[in-house]
Design a protein around this ligand. Structure first.
Ligand code: DX5
Ligand code: ZN
Length: 216
């Protein structure tokens, strides 16, 4: 199986969202990545349920929700009702991560834990066999279009090693600064899922760009 690609809606044209959703639907994208920001956990606010309702209505791809919010456990039911396929919660935002991961799974969604760039992979030691996916932030969360943090490549390799050693089934996802130059390096390091905002949505031909990422 090749690499999976999850375009990040944060970089879409919100003035003409239907057009971008139709582009995603007709592309080879595997999932649509949705960045939810609360202005507290990260220094930015994105979009909430009134927008998500229409995204869920018109998007035919599985929805991959990335919660950059404090107390993400408060909203899990609402994301289940929205039809989310997977929910990413930040390690740094969860006091009771094990409980929150179990709750996501109990609701029938895939459960993922996300690490900020400064949080070491070793913090996952006790949870790696309980999660469906680990999302490594390859920029500081909050904004699209930032520069890829180079040291992330070694971090991916360390995570791949941990997953193998623990015989875990967790997928490795990366988010931030993924482009046609950084993607091959990430794939070589062991990534399964590429999130990509600006590279896809600001491209002259987004469908072709998604296809190129998939073929790497
Ligand atoms: C950043 C978000 C990302 C963002 C990535 O906090 O989590 O998903 O959309 O954007 P690019 O690919 O432009 O770095
Ligand atoms: Zn994201």
């Amino acid at each position: 199986m090749g690499v999976m690609v999850a375009p990040s809606l944060l970089s879409a044209d919100f003035g003409d969202l239907r057009k971008d959703l139709e582009m995603i639907n007709s592309s080879e994208a595997d999932w649509l990545h949705l960045d939810i920001m609360d202005g507290v956990f990260v220094p930015n606010i994105s979009f909430g349920f009134p927008v998500l309702k229409y995204v869920a209505k018109y998007c035919t791809k599985p929805l991959d929700v990335h919660l950059m919010i404090v107390q993400p456990e408060k909203f899990l039911e609402q994301f289940k009702d929205l039809g989310a396929a997977s929910v990413n919660v930040h390690y740094e935002a969860c006091t009771h991560l094990n409980r929150t991961i179990n709750e996501i799974k109990r609701l029938g969604m895939k459960a993922a834990v996300t690490l900020n760039p400064s949080t070491p992979v070793s913090m996952l030691e006790e949870i790696i066999n309980d999660v469906d996916m680990v999302l490594l932030m390859t920029v500081n969360p909050g904004f699209g279009g930032q520069k890829f943090i180079e040291s992330s490549l070694d971090k991916v390799r360390r995570l791949r090693k941990m997953i193998t050693e623990h015989n875990s089934q967790a997928l490795i996802q990366v988010d931030g600064g993924v482009n046609l130059e950084t993607a091959p390096l990430l794939i070589e390091a062991g990534v399964d899922v590429l999130v990509s905002g600006n590279t896809v949505f600001k491209a002259d031909n987004p469908i072709e760009t998604i296809s190129k990422l998939k073929q790497l």
